[in-house]
Design a protein around this ligand. Structure first.
Ligand SMILES: NC(=O)c1ccc[n+]([C@@H]2O[C@H](COP(=O)([O-])OP(=O)(O)OC[C@H]3O[C@@H](n4cnc5c(N)ncnc54)[C@H](OP(=O)(O)O)[C@@H]3O)[C@@H](O)[C@H]2O)c1
Length: 304
């Protein structure tokens, strides 16, 4: 297949592009800088300099493609999570960007669009397993994801095949927030947001990249892309501390995270998402069944 990737230089994109190339697809990807273009070329992808918001140029870029994969996000650094302004670029990328991608895909007659979303959209489910029919929730940080999913629904109504990938929390090499968390854990500070018994659905970025490559062939629909065994936040923190080789002195902010405002609620809720539907549709099997194995591998890949 000919596949165009947006966000191919990001935390997941930089794993998804080589996975797509390895699977035998011809891959082109949006590049915003000469350095990104060089990185894409090194991965055997063709860089294309085009604005995410320029529908006409995007339509030209998508011509002849069988699938478009939109992985673009602009999440602020952790230290700025509570600031509404810091989320504006992300809103623009997810709301306006996903609309432009769908409009251009329709104009270029692309058959299939895959859109990144997050399983933190689900309402707090406690200890229950959540499939793709579980109720979702509305809160400030989720609005961009909802908008992107609505754009995919619009693509499907117009006759296209739309795939929404609701990823778990990304961690691993290249996922900036997780690299920061590992660095803190090595200094004996481990962050847990929300109740320690709540669940954290996560996926290692290598597995997320492989999932994108597997997803270009699945029937249209919504899929959770998470590892096999979401851990409780307590176990997740222990897995991180164990991988860092440190006993934490500081664990925080725990339940306090709840008072930090609506922008954090995606991280404080309990989401125990099931990947059964995606595994059955794609044959994808995560290399890291839980964050225990994934954090261990991450700590090895990112030596102190
Ligand atoms: N499910 C999750 O847990 C989840 C979801 C999203 C992000 N995150 C985390 O948040 C961290 C920061 O995320 P991030 O989204 O800033 O970085 P990122 O995942 O490293 O990169 C996002 C991708 O979107 C592209 N992009 C951003 N704005 C764009 C625009 N205006 N036009 C075209 N492309 C654009 C970036 O291109 P450039 O390379 O040109 O900047 C990059 O390819 C990541 O490290 C990741 O771990 C987690």
């Amino acid at each position: 297949m000919r596949v165009f990737v947006i966000g191919g230089t990001g935390a997941v994109g930089s794993w998804a592009v080589p996975a797509l190339v390895m699977a035998g697809h011809r891959v082109a990807a949006l590049a915003r800088t000469p350095a990104s273009a060089a990185a894409l070329r090194a991965q055997q992808a063709t860089p294309v300099e085009v604005s995410l918001f320029d529908r006409s140029a995007l339509t030209d870029a998508f011509a002849g493609c069988d699938a478009v994969v939109n992985l673009a996000t602009a999440i602020p650094p952790m230290a700025r999570f509570a600031s509404a302004r810091a989320w504006e670029a992300n809103q623009e990328v997810r709301v306006e960007g996903s609309a432009a991608v769908v409009d251009a895909a329709l104009a270029a007659d692309v058959g299939r669009v895959l859109q990144e979303s997050v399983c933190m959209l689900y309402a707090d489910g406690g200890a229950a397993w959540l499939d793709e029919h579980a109720p979702t929730d509305r809160f400030p940080m989720a609005e961009g994801n909802h908008a992107a999913e609505v754009n995919i629904a619009r693509f499907v109504e117009a006759g296209g095949e739309g795939v929404v990938l609701r990823f778990g929390w990304f961690y691993g090499p290249g996922a900036a927030h997780s690299e920061q968390m590992l660095a803190l854990a090595r200094r004996r500070v481990v962050l847990t947001l929300g109740a320690p018994g709540g669940y954290q659905s996560a996926v290692h970025v290598a597995d997320a990249g492989a999932a994108v490559a597997a997803a270009v062939q699945v029937p249209g629909g919504v899929y959770n892309v998470v590892d096999d065994q979401p851990l409780t936040k307590r176990d997740f923190a222990d897995a991180l501390a164990g991988a860092a080789g440190r006993t934490p002195w500081v664990r925080g902010p725990g339940r306090l995270g709840r008072v930090l405002g609506g922008r954090l609620t995606s991280l404080t809720r309990s989401v125990r998402a099931s990947n059964a539907r995606f595994r059955a549709a794609s044959g994808w099997v995560p290399r890291y069944p839980s964050a225990r194995e994934g954090w261990r591998a991450t700590a090895k890949d990112l030596p102190r």
